[in-house]
Write a protein that binds this ligand. Structure first.
Ligand code: SIN
Ligand code: FE2
Length: 223
């Protein structure tokens, strides 16, 4: 039973855990409501440190589009896209330097969230940091540039709310609309690891702390 009032909880999929609600959105996929809130100060310091070394930038897709979401990375491997395709790389193509280290708070939160969702022993080596502004969107895609799919994806949302789309294993499968708020963490893995997902165009609903932006970071085991 959920212990706090949450307009977006459905009674079937929610469970109390440490005072926060957990919504099941698939057999091995969960939204951990507010799970990141105790980490927010440390996470934002981490984002500042990462972006001071490797700034947000709007990358090109292989199809020649400029992404509306600006991104950077931290950890050993960083996800990049350009005219040659999508891949993970050890060097930031903008700076010519290795990506900044994964902040401790990112790792601790990711491991705690993965464990809570049933994935013990998560050892991420890559973290993609996305910055959304009003109208930024992310079209439906699978996270499939990682070497193996045994590890889950852990996705942390800060700032403005967004409508996350969580689909099936085919692009045309029906999608669930999952509202995500500041501090929510989504974990998907196992049988759900390759499900399509995306983000609808953001509305401008400024956040008290982050203003008109949403920062999302996803931790992965890529190598
Ligand atoms: C992603 O799929 O990389 C990001 C998802 C999100 O922003 O919630
Ligand atoms: Fe993704």
């Amino acid at each position: 039973m959920a212990t706090s009032l949450n307009l977006f909880d459905d009674d079937d999929g929610s469970a109390a855990h440490g005072g926060a609600a957990r919504d099941a959105i698939g057999p091995q996929s969960f939204v951990l409501r507010g799970f990141a809130l105790p980490y927010v100060d440390a996470l934002l310091q981490g984002v500042d440190r990462v972006t001071a070394a490797s700034p947000f930038r709007n990358m090109q897709t292989p199809g020649g589009y400029t992404m509306s979401v600006a991104l950077t990375n931290c950890g050993e491997l960083g996800w990049t896209t350009d005219a040659r395709g999508y891949r993970y790389a050890r060097i930031d193509p903008l700076t010519g330097q290795p990506w900044p280290d994964l902040p401790d708070a990112f790792l601790q939160l990711a491991q705690a969230a993965a464990l809570d969702a049933g994935f013990p022993g998560f050892t991420p080596d890559a973290c993609l940091v996305n910055r959304y502004e009003p109208a930024s969107r992310l079209s439906l895609h699978q996270d499939k540039n990682e070497r193996d799919y045994d590890a889950p994806i852990v996705s942390v949302s800060l700032g403005m709310p967004a409508m996350f789309l969580f689909g099936g294993h085919a692009r045309t499968d029906k999608t669930q609309r999952v509202p995500l708020f500041h501090g929510d963490v989504v974990v998907w893995g196992g049988v759900d690891r390759l499900r399509y997902h995306g983000v609808m165009p953001l509305k401008d609903l400024p956040h008290p702390r982050l203003g008109s932006q949403r920062i999302n970071f996803t931790l992965r085991k890529a190598g």
